[in-house]
Design a binder for this molecule. Sequence first.
Ligand SMILES: [Zn+2]
Length: 240
Amino acid sequence: MTIQSDPKAITQFSTMQALLAGLYDGVFNLREVTGFGTIGLGCGHALEGEVILLNGKCYNALPDGKLVRMQPDDQVPFAEIARFDPDVRFSVDQAIGKDGLVKLITSRVRSANLFIALRVVGQFDFVKIRRVRRQNKPYKPFIDAVAVQEEETIEACSGTLVGFWAPQVYQGVTVAGLHVHFIDSDKQRGGHVIDLAMKHGEVAMESFNHFDIRLPSSEGFRKADLENPDFDAHIRSAEG
Ligand SMILES: [Zn+2]
């Protein structure tokens, strides 16, 4: 097999372990991050808000409920981005929940070993989202930071889910399973999806053999303890 340079990759900036360890300072410039694709997700500096990249435009769903366009000079502590060129598209005509959506997505890829980027434009009975508040130094661990997150259930809405599905073995490096953020069709509200019920929708997705990680060059990252046996439980609790 010949391995060549590959523009077709999911690129992740920092890791879930780093977030769990409290590395919330924005260390990646958004201008640089968005050069790696057109769809994705992340979180804001100091963990403030839930970042959504859709069709090359970057938004932050702030904890007070406002959705704002981000600026190229904004810094983010974590982001996951894909050069999205979906090769699988299908319609969902029946009502399904989050688990049903995961089953549909993974069955279409026919592998539990690849990374998947996806975009789902749909009509929803509800989308339950969360938005993390801005953290102050000294930063609390992630599990404590999200304990006071803002949660909202948006009922009877249309909008887009953007994000990824990752195999279980990468839990900690990224979020294993489904990790999607929501933005409504009016670009007024959004957040990290905790749960959902979709009436119908259009799924576009693409599987990736190439997952690229950019680690922070910060002093904080170099010195962080990233081996915590509780991290798996923390991710399941915080990101589920
Ligand atoms: Zn998220």
